[in-house]
Design a binder for this molecule. Structure first.
Ligand code: ADP
Ligand code: ADP
Ligand code: ZN
Length: 214
């Protein structure tokens, strides 16, 4: 099964993609994570992406399309994947259509996670993750079972994203409404869209996604 998880920054795409991928044996592909890894590694792509990500804008289509084109060819994606944070523009969506066509793959569904703007800001301000394995947490809504210890890997170091600050978040929201929200109509017209109420608790959203895709 090949899926897209679509929604504004902080909607819960990563949280739900992580859970759904683990339950169904799919590979989660987050372009945000891949770009952050490239920035950390100091690659040419990382250098170009860094400046843009800091301001809350979108990295150029050719960079992210190139990353995804290479990544979905890897063996670990052949059993199905979840695109988390890609596509984010209409140009990326049509490039993805062409890519899948060329590779003889199909898109099974696009899961849209709907969340109010005020809740997005609150979710992003409380977001942090395990420094070792990347598992996602929230100060109020998703704390580790043992305080200060990652549920997934037992590590005790956590990090917060540099772009998860009040000022950048507004710019990321603007980029979402300008560039990404049109994809909802695009995938609705293609009969791919499944919308879920992302305002519900994490487990409830997971149940909705499970039902929508069963
Ligand atoms: P969020 O989880 O808050 O939606 P991501 O981790 O998906 O954020 O993305 C972080 C940043 O990486 C974005 O603000 C953008 O600069 C860049 N980015 C990630 N995916 C894409 C994409 N598909 N197209 C352009 N830029 C992207
Ligand atoms: P995205 O990948 O869409 O940017 P995340 O999955 O990183 O969003 O979620 C943003 C923050 O909100 C994280 O700290 C996460 O733990 C928390 N979160 C995710 N889903 C919910 C939910 N349904 N209710 C409350 N908090 C949530
Ligand atoms: Zn961990």
């Amino acid at each position: 099964m090949n899926l897209i998880f679509l929604g504004p920054p902080g909607a819960g795409k990563g949280t739900q993609a992580e859970m759904f991928a683990a339950a169904r044996g799919l590979k989660q592909l987050s372009t945000g994570e891949m770009l952050r890894a490239a920035v950390k590694a100091g690659t040419e792509v990382g250098k170009r992406a860094d400046a843009v990500m800091k301001t809350g804008g979108l990295v150029s289509d050719d960079i992210v399309i190139g990353i995804i084109a290479d990544r979905i060819d890897e063996p670990d994606c052949q059993g199905g994947f979840i695109l988390d944070g890609f596509p984010r523009t209409l140009a990326q969506a049509s490039a993805l259509d062409r890519l899948l066509d060329e590779k003889g793959k199909t898109l099974d569904a696009v899961v849209e996670i709907r969340v109010d703007d005020a809740a997005l800001i609150e979710r992003i301000s409380g977001r942090y993750s395990c420094a070792k394995c990347g598992a996602g947490y929230h100060d109020l809504h998703k704390q580790p079972k043992t305080e200060g210890v990652c549920d997934q890997c037992g590590a005790t170091e956590f990090t917060r994203r540099a772009d998860d600050n009040a000022e950048t978040v507004k710019k990321r929201l603007l980029a979402y409404y300008r560039e990404t929200a049109p994809l909802i109509g695009y995938y609705y017209a293609k009969d791919h869209l499944k919308s879920v109420d992302g305002m519900a608790a994490i487990d409830d959203v997971a149940r909705q996604i499970d039902q929508a895709l069963s």
